[in-house]
Design a binder for this molecule. Sequence first.
Ligand code: C2E
Ligand code: MG
Ligand code: MG
Ligand code: MG
Length: 291
Amino acid sequence: YQGKRGTADIVIYSGTGVAHSHQWLVVQAELRHALERDELVLHYQPKVNLPDGAVIALEALVRWEHPERGLLPPGVFLPAAEHSGLIVPLTEWVLRRALTDQLGWTAAGQSWAVSVNVSVRNLEVAGFPDLVAALLAETGTPPERLVLEVTETALAGDVERVERVLAQVAALGVGLSVDDFGAGFTSLSHLRGQPVAEIKIDRKFVADVTHDPQSRAIVRSVIELAHGLGSRVTAEGVETAEVYRWLIDAGCDEAQGYLIGRPVPWPQVDAGIFGLPGEMSEATMIEGMSR
Ligand code: C2E
Ligand code: MG
Ligand code: MG
Ligand code: MG
């Protein structure tokens, strides 16, 4: 293994078919060290209000600064973390770091909330709400400045248990967000009774709204569904000004995507990228992106 660290063996990080292979165990051991050696970093992607473009939150996205492979995206190591149970200390690390960073931008005069992605595995571990409460107390972050993003498929797991844990977390005053909505096969009944503050429309629909009538119909329906449930709705994966304008017309509340900002360490987040839609031009956006 040591001798063949090329790009090809990245494959071993994903998929469950190799769960018991030697490489899988090596990844788990490496990840454990990564946590001990503080090799994980958080990048933040802004989420803006529509139509004014004001930044309202930053989403924490974890990366691994691997000593040999460079910066690794979460898709490459999260499956191993989830499989091994390392997702529990990893999430604790992410939450503590994110809440601490949130205090940093608050001190810098920004009222942005912070969104943290949690795995369904986290919701199955006893004491998750206590951990969140303890970290809020430890950092002194107001609970309403924290949003936890849970993927739609998480709601299809041990539903009763997950519902109970989500209700306990919501009772702390923390916002709950359903991530990648539309990508899974979750029954809508799982949304009923959940204290959902936000629904994020999966980017595969968002990307196609300008040219695919079915994607348009789906996005419009999710916006209506979210509003009917009393939730805010966010479009993820906004990459063009055309899509951005379409979302404003469709009544979407918030947007996120490479057009607005890529994930970066928080001091590099640009808070002043967008003006009102009338003032926006493709050129100013491109300029904003490269600033
Ligand atoms: P997600 O929470 O849905 O995050 C959005 C992903 O899409 C991020 O990928 C982001 O970089 C990417 N993205 C954002 N805007 C655009 C766009 O305009 N176009 C395209 N093509 N992509 C865009 P990333 O950082 O690789 O994260 C992938 C997933 O890994 C996340 O999806 C989330 O489910 C998971 N993840 C990330 N960080 C954490 C974490 O700390 N804990 C847990 N449990 N999961 C995490
Ligand atoms: Mg997310
Ligand atoms: Mg998502
Ligand atoms: Mg709005």
